[in-house]
Design a protein around this ligand. Structure first.
Ligand code: NAD
Ligand code: 2HG
Length: 528
């Protein structure tokens, strides 16, 4: 069945075409985004949801999204998506981090000019027939200092445009390296220095607990008199009430806002001030940016739904379209190893070590680790998948360690998974042969070679003559057909393991009978 996608926001038509061209059924219903009730009723029918900012993907919506595999945000900010809930439910959340950056940086520069030359006010006055030449004396931006708060994708484009306009650019961003600052031609400063020196301040950070009210009342008091402030990032970065007071007192010379604490902003404390310019969250609204983000989000979502390639996900490591087929057998092996260990573990798990050796160590192992954790947790938690597993492991205090090594032994690729419990460490290892099929090659240090089927019988015993015959007879007598039989032992007469694929599920009674055979230590039915 072809995957189904709902577009619940005003995306460019280009997205619809991409989905159709890729064989995905698509419903384009932008009116559903703002209608929470209707969206909740319909979301259960879709594998993918493509949005901009009008759709709020809340816990309630996610709870009803039983088929949903991916949420694609045509844009950058994902503050309208409950990512922790999506993650728990195994839904990938992806965005398009670069498609609208230039457009948004250009909007910031446009707003800076609008403030410097009071263009909106002068336009209104002129069209009202007032011709107020003396009222609108502006300020030149050449030689002025622009303070960029948040120098990531958009902040750095805004900085480079400002440098082109002969401004001096200073930036506050705790994650901006000295090398990058040098490359951009900006001076890295702390926030207080930026506040004290900037003639214009432009904000380009996400809204987080650290950045909320980054321009607080106290911060505004530290700014240079007459400073002009531009916010094209997110409402809530500036204390709007304190800013209004600073505008009223004349300390702040102007403010241009595209984003507001409450959106849509039908009322706002900044509205009506003569030195305030507002736009209705238009930062990303150019034809070019909207085509970019729509095309990109549709391609990314289609890649994931059709091929398992993951790009720009916020809750899952990336997997390129080229990598996806190569990783597939290793994902399967990692999940089987995790599941094998999970089904044999009865006490609480403290940690998991995953060792990658040979060719596989050179690959993108993050998805493999997620798959191993998924397999490990599945016997305990039903609803776990590669997206939710790392978070669930963390919540349960399971420390996951990844080790990569060059090839050590005979196998070109080798994955060993060790589960650490309060009582012991238990390892299981596997490989993928050139036929692309995963094999178990070592259990608790005992070498063997087994392919896992849906129903497996795991028996540990003392290596004594007659055991295999007795086990085979018992299975035969109860009409259990053996598909494959793999054996291994530590040494002659020592610990031995049998891993047997059977064609039917094994009953509790059957397992008890096997347990009663001489020299048997442990018996388990494993399902894959
Ligand atoms: N108005 C619009 O329509 C529009 C369009 C696109 C993006 N945006 C918003 O613009 C913002 C920036 O987008 P981006 O693509 O540049 O993001 P980005 O992740 O590339 O850059 C954000 C920068 O903020 C920095 N940062 C984080 N915490 C900080 C802190 N406490 N102090 C200072 N800097 C901090 C980060 O280090 C990073 O460099 C986002 O909030 C995004 O949602 C708005
Ligand atoms: O979709 C939009 O118009 C706004 C997008 C913008 O806020 C973003 O974060 O990308």
């Amino acid at each position: 069945m072809a995957p189904r996608v709902l577009i619940s926001d005003k995306l460019s038509d280009a997205a619809v075409q991409i989905f159709r061209d890729r064989g995905i059924e698509v419903d384009f219903e932008p009116e559903l985004g703002p209608d929470k009730e209707k969206l909740a009723e319909r979301i259960g029918d879709y594998d993918g949801l493509a949005i901009r900012s009008a759709t709020k993907v809340t816990e309630k919506i996610i709870a009803r999204a039983d088929r949903l595999k991916v949420i694609g945000r045509a844009g950058i900010g994902v503050d309208n998506v409950d990512i922790p809930e999506a993650t728990k439910k195994g839904i990938i959340v992806m965005n398009t981090p670069f498609g609208n950056s230039i457009t948004t940086a250009e909007h910031a520069i446009a707003l800076m000019f609008a403030l410097a030359r009071q263009i909106p006010q002068a336009d209104a006055s002129t069209q009202a027939g007032k011709w107020e030449k003396n009222r609108f004396v502006g300020t030149e931006i050449t030689g002025k200092t622009l303070g960029v708060v948040g120098c990531g994708n958009i902040g750095s484009i805004a900085a480079s445009r400002a440098i082109g306009l002969r401004m001096k650019v200073i930036a506050f961003d705790p994650f901006l390296s000295d090398e990058r600052a040098l490359e951009l031609g900006v001076e890295k400063v702390d926030l207080d220095a930026l506040l004290a020196r900037a003639d214009f301040i432009t904000l380009h950070t996400p809204l987080t607990d650290k950045t909320r009210n980054i321009l607080s009342r106290e911060a505004l008091a530290k700014t240079k008199k007459g400073v002009r402030i531009i916010n094209c990032a997110r409402g809530g970065l500036v204390d709007e009430t304190a800013l209004r007071e600073a505008l009223d007192s004349g300390h702040v010379g102007g403010a241009a806002f595209d984003v507001f604490v409450e959106e849509p902003a039908k009322e706002n404390v900044l509205f009506g001030h003569p030195n305030v310019v507002c736009t209705p969250h238009l930062g990303a609204s150019t034809k070019e940016a909207q085509e970019n983000v729509a095309l990109q989000v549709a391609e990314q979502m289609a890649d994931y739904l059709l091929n398992g390639a993951v790009t720009n996900a916020l809750n899952m490591p990336s997997i390129t379209a080229e990598e996806a087929p190569r990783l597939t057998p290793f994902v399967k092996l990692a999940e089987q190893l995790g599941s094998f260990a999970g089904q044999l573990t009865e006490t609480s798990i403290r940690g998991l070590r995953i060792e990658y050796e040979g060719d596989v160590a050179e690959m993108n192992v993050k998805p493999l680790t997620s798959a191993a954790v998924t397999g490990l947790l599945r016997p305990m938690l039903q609803d776990v998948n590669m997206i939710s597993a790392p978070v669930m492991a963390r919540e349960r205090g399971i420390h996951v360690e990844e080790v990569r090594r060059e090839q050590q032994g005979a196998y070109e690729n080798y994955i060993r998974l060790t589960v650490i419990t309060e009582r012991q460490e238990r390892s299981v290892a596997g490989t993928v042969f050139s036929d692309g099929r995963p094999r178990i090659i070592q259990v608790k240090g005992i070498n063997m070679e087994a392919e896992l089927g849906p129903h497996m019988l795991y028996v540990t015993n003392e290596d004594k003559p007659g055991f295999i015959g007795r086990l085979g007879t018992l299975l035969g007598q109860t009409d259990v057909n053996i598909a494959t039989f793999a054996l291994g032992r530590l040494e002659r007469g020592g610990d031995a393991i049998a891993l047997i694929e059977v064609d039917t599920e094994l009953s509790e009674g059957m397992l008890k009978e096997i347990e009663a055979l001489p020299n048997v230590r442990q018996v388990k039915a494993l399902e894959f």
